[in-house]
Write a protein that binds this ligand. Structure first.
Ligand code: NDP
Length: 372
């Protein structure tokens, strides 16, 4: 039997209140379609915390599969595992392979798992760190899909069909939350694909720290980085005109990670027929849209949810994952700053749940990630 531990919750609430560390054992007998996995790394993403709190758009079902006192769920949507054993010796997935979840709400905050073959996706681990493999799906996937799908409408003569920004064209997009995992991925893909980006970040605690963050994003490939204060000021309109060649280069796409005032300012920065894609709501404020932007500028406002995309297009997801893995291996795509949390057999519950609780705090140096 394999001894295993998992973070679990059996009711919604604040992570430090409701998450428990559960110890259980896993039987050595595996069905022919299943594999035994050992966790290598799993990030703490905002959506995971919202899931524990009960504010996320979908909820995992509570079960008694790992013998918890109450029916419970294991949080964690993303991570990488090493295959320890396979039920079928001729299985395409072999001992030593690295796999990531192929399904939503896999439950990655655990030391071990038994998974069915169709719940996992094998990745080529050559030249990859576990922390990199653990973070390739959610953030890069979101940036990739949005940049490849959304953009301005092609005009009334073309039936108003939306087209994505044109690769290699230098077309602009603008985003808030630009230092988030998704934001950093969008900057890098934008650069790789010949697009230009305007990036909004919140001021740090000192001007030097703000400059350092701006430099970090510029090094990733950001064309313009502005602070939120600058972005929300009266002067922004003129500054934007300067950036976009007196408005001749219109911004066709906005990526909204934040909501609230920042989202309104983002919408106001867009060109005629542009699309604003909301994928996150970090400020927990609704998005207010001036009606004039809808009527006179014909701006489209849509939402994006990676889970739905992955369900509807598993083949596209596979290609995308391969592309991201290759880009990392070739040194073309850099990791986000990470705050590694060691999870050993001795690590106590409060250390783990405390790290989860920190995950929604702003101004963090890096994304929390469990490393096993
Ligand atoms: P990260 O944990 O990497 O970064 C969090 C970001 O949020 C930082 O840029 C941070 O800025 C910002 N932030 C935190 N608190 C606030 C606040 N109160 N007001 C404004 N900004 C704030 O995030 P991810 O990249 O993993 O996720 C970003 C968002 O995207 C989340 O809302 C997440 O749920 C969503 N998301 C949605 C997906 C989808 O399919 N729709 C898929 C992936 C992510 P600062 O450093 O200044 O604090």
């Amino acid at each position: 039997y394999t001894q295993a531990k998992a973070l679990v919750f059996s009711q919604n609430g604040e992570p430090s209140d409701v998450l428990k560390l559960h110890t259980h054992s896993i039987s050595p007998s595996l069905s022919s379609k299943s594999v035994l996995l050992r966790a290598l790394a799993a990030p703490i993403n905002p959506a995971d915390i919202n899931t524990v709190q009960g504010t996320y758009g979908s909820q995992p079902s509570f079960t008694s599969l790992i013998g918890t006192p109450n029916p419970s769920a294991i949080p964690g949507n993303e991570g990488v595992f090493e295959v320890l054993a396979t039920g079928d010796p001729s299985s395409p997935i072999r001992k030593g392979d690295w796999v990531i979840p192929a399904v939503a709400q896999f439950g990655t905050w655990r030391t071990h798992a038994v998974a069915e073959l169709d719940e996992i996706l094998k990745i080529n681990k050559e030249g990859l760190k576990a922390t990199q493999a653990a973070t390739i799906s959610v953030n890069p996937g979101t940036a990739y899909r949005i940049l490849r799908t959304y953009g301005p409408s092609a005009g009334i003569s073309k039936g108003l069909a939306m087209r994505p920004l044109e690769v290699g064209s230098g077309e602009w997009f603008i985003q808030n939350g630009a230092n988030s995992g998704v934001g950093r991925a969008a900057i890098q893909f934008g650069k790789l694909w010949g697009l230009r980006s305007i990036n909004i970040v919140r001021e740090r605690s000192s001007p030097e720290a703000t400059e350092e963050l701006k430099r970090e994003l510029t090094d990733l490939g950001a064309d313009v980085v502005v602070t939120e204060a600058q972005f929300l000021s009266r002067e922004w309109k003129d500054q934007l005109a300067e950036i976009t060649n007196k408005g001749r280069e219109q911004i066709g796409l906005g990526l909204n990670c934040v909501g609230g005032k920042s989202a309104t300012a983002l919408a106001r920065s867009l060109g005629e027929g542009a699309t604003m894609v909301s994928y996150g709501g970090m400020a927990r404020q609704p998005v207010a849209l001036p009606v004039g932007l809808l009527i006179f500028k014909d701006i489209r406002f849509v939402g994006f949810w990676l889970t739905r995309w992955n369900q509807q297009d598993p083949t596209g997801r596979k290609h995308m994952t391969d592309y991201i893995v290759d880009s990392i291996r070739e040194g073309k795509f850099k990791d986000v700053p990470l705050d590694e949390v060691a999870w050993n057999w001795e690590t106590d519950a409060s250390t783990l749940t405390g790290e989860v609780q920190k995950g929604l705090q702003g101004f963090r140096k890096g994304k929390g990630i469990f490393v096993f």
